[in-house]
Structures are given as structure tokens and as C-alpha cells.
Design a protein around this ligand. Sequence first.
Ligand code: ARG
Length: 460
Amino acid sequence: MKKKIKPIWGIRIKGDTTSTFQKVSSSIHVDKRLFKEDILASIIHVEMLNKQKIINFKIKNKIIWGLKKIQNQIIKKNYIFDYKDEDIHMSIEKKLFELIGEDAGFIHTARSRNDQVLVDLKIWMINSNKKLIKMLEQTINNILKIAEKNIYTIMPGFTHLKNAQPISFAHYILAYVEMFIRDRNRFNNNFSNLKENPLGSCALSGTSFNIDRNYTTKKLAFNNPTGNSIDTVSDRDFVLDFLFASSTCAMHISRLAEEFIIWNSDAFKLISMNDNIVTGSSIMPQKKNPDSLEFLRGKVSNSYGNLFSMLTILKGLPLSYFKDLQDDKKIVFDTFDNLSDSIKVLNEVLKNFSVNKNEMLKLAKKGYITATDLADYFVENLNFPFRKSYQITAKIVNYCEKNKKLLSDLSIDELKKIEPNIKDDVIKVFELKNSVNSKKSYGGTSFENIKKMIKKYKNA
Ligand code: ARG
């Protein structure tokens, strides 16, 4: 009969853990994703222990040899992740014993799983942050290309989803560049907390061994060691930062998705989606549904849910480590997977839709969209206070509505009946192009501004 292997705490804790609890509390199916980070951090840890003369050279080499072998086995899928080993850290340690014998027992000197898991997770998150930043940069580039092609594409700008003022489609889409730049910067800002090295905090109080935390910090590419061992093993603020940045980014994506869904609708028809990002209906043969956009709109719920889970786990949790915290990895991985999928789909959408310029222009002609330009005209040319101009313009709009005319249909005589001081050159303010191009204030929709901003974003 095969000898039953006892857990590390098998002397102190007698008997087996109940089977349900063992199964459901095991996290190995989730944290096995950290195997490379775990092995890397362990190698640096034993190198430091040897440098500090805490373990000898021979043992250090033996441990590193074993760890590298384990890494190879895992990569080659020649490794069994057994839920009975609880987590990736215990699993690797057990395997090390199998490979090198009793000397494996030196690896956990001056270390606890409490700081070990944090080193692994932080290294993983630093790399994942970098991946998200890269993907967002692709998104930004994709949008810049769309903007460059649509500087002179005129559409209605909306407030309350009612025609408000004419804008360039490029100006609209560049609004999302601002959002995604902020998202990118948010992920970038998170590096300062992420890059504090937890290793050496041990269970909660530090260690009596003469360890060198600056050495592991440097070797693992952290910026500095964390300052308080109790805070270190209790802290998951860096997880919250990540979840908040992800939630905000997913929310931005959902806003773009929702707008595109509306504009792609048969009621608006402002954009069309290519066949490779729509799906059909099982019953209605004519349908081309924008499922990709609906996927993006819905996915934000994942980040929000995960952010709330983590906030709730941390609420009222005393210091320092508790098992409650174990779910942090599931939450982070799930958020990362969903957000990176969303950004990938978004990038595909951005390359596979077309702008219906004629429909945009047609819609922009509706809703007395140049009324504000007319009010501005009175202020600039007749020196009226803005409120008075606003009221005269409202009268003119009422007249148009009653007589079923557009502002641009009005003759000078009709206009003069309402405002006698009006001059012939007023006609130019009803021209949509002129309206767009008149918004020359910094950050406005004028064509020159847009060109300048595209240039600026390209160098950002
Ligand atoms: N799997 C555990 C987690 O991720 C590792 C830390 C365990 N520490 C402990 N004291 N039980 O949270």
C-alpha cells in the first residue's frame, strides 16, 4: 500500500481535514497560474539566504536545481496539481521534497506563505498591467486612425440624446482617446504600490534571520521593500487599485459600445458593422446583430462585481492575514481575463465598422442644431447680451417649427421680421461646416483643433 503523505502541519493537527472543506478551500486550480512567479521568487529568496550565510552554497544549488526541474515539468504539463496540496506554494514545496529530499526543508527559512503569495501576485500583476497598457495603446492608435479619416465628417453632437450642436465625428471619437489615455495612466500609476516588495515580511512580524530585503527587491525588479510587515500581509489596496482601474476602463468601453449600438440601429444608421463582428438570428433570416458591442457593454458588470467582492472581503477585516483574502487571486485573474478579452474585441470592432457620412449629415440637419450659433451671432455682431440673443433665437426656432422650416430655409426677410437688426451675412451661421469650424476654443471641435490634437495624441 502507498504510504499516505501527511500535510506539513500533520504532527500538530491530527486526523484529516474534512473532505468538503479540503476541496472547496483549495486554491490550487486558481493560483497554479502563479507557478513561474513562485519559482522565480523562491530562487531569489534562496540566493539571498545563501548570500547572508543562512543556508549553504550546496543546499542553495540543490534547491534551485529542483525548482527549475519543477518549472520544466509544469511547462511540459508533466505535473499533477493536486487539490489536496491546497495551493501552488505547498504543491511546489512538496514536489521539491520529492526531488531533493530533506534539504528542501531549508527553502521556507525566513519566509511565510503570507509574504510569498504577495510577491507572486505582485509580480504577476506588474506584468499584466504592462500587457493592458500595451493593448490600450493599440486601441488609442486604432482610434487615431479613424479620427484622421473623419476630420471633416459632420454629425450631430448630442446631449440627452437630442441633437445639440454639430461636431466632427473625429472630435467625438477622440473623446475616447482621452478616456483610454486616462485608463492607461491609471494602470501606470498603480506601479508605485505594486512595486513595493513584500518578501521578508514573513507571517506578520518580520524575521529574526539576518535577511537582505534590498537584495530581493533589486533582483525581483521591485522599487523598495514594504515598510511595515503587518500592513504588508494585510494589504490588498494594490488589488483594489487594479480593480478600480479595470472597472473604469470597462465602463469607458461600455459607453462606446452603447453609443455604437444606438448608432448602428435601424433608427439611426449612423454607422455600419462589418459582417465579421455581427451575428445572425436563429429565426429572423435578415438580422445582423451587433453582439460584439453588446458583449462589451455587458462585460463591465464583471469588473464592478469583482471590485465589490474585494471591497467587501476587506471591510472590517482585522489585521493581518486571514483565509478570506485567498479569493483575491481569483478576482484579479478573472478581471484581467475579462478586461483583456474586452479590449481585444474592442480593437476588432474599431477596425471593422464604417461611418455612414451621409446619414450623419442628414441627421445633423435636423433639430435646429445651429440655434446656438445664431444666438452667438447676435452677441458678436449686434452686441446683444447672450440672454437676449438666446430669447430671440428661441422665437426664430418656434417660427421654424410652426412653419415646418429648417433654420437654413429662412429668408432674410422672415428673419428680419423677428429681429430687424439682423444682417444678410447671418446665413453663414446656418452652414454646419462653419458651425463646427467656429469652435476654435482649446479643446473644441474646429478642424484645426482636431488636427492639432491628433498630432499631440500621437506623441503622447
Ligand atoms: N493560498 C493562500 C492565499 O492565497 C496562501 C497564504 C496562506 N497563508 C495562511 N496563513 N494560510 O491566501
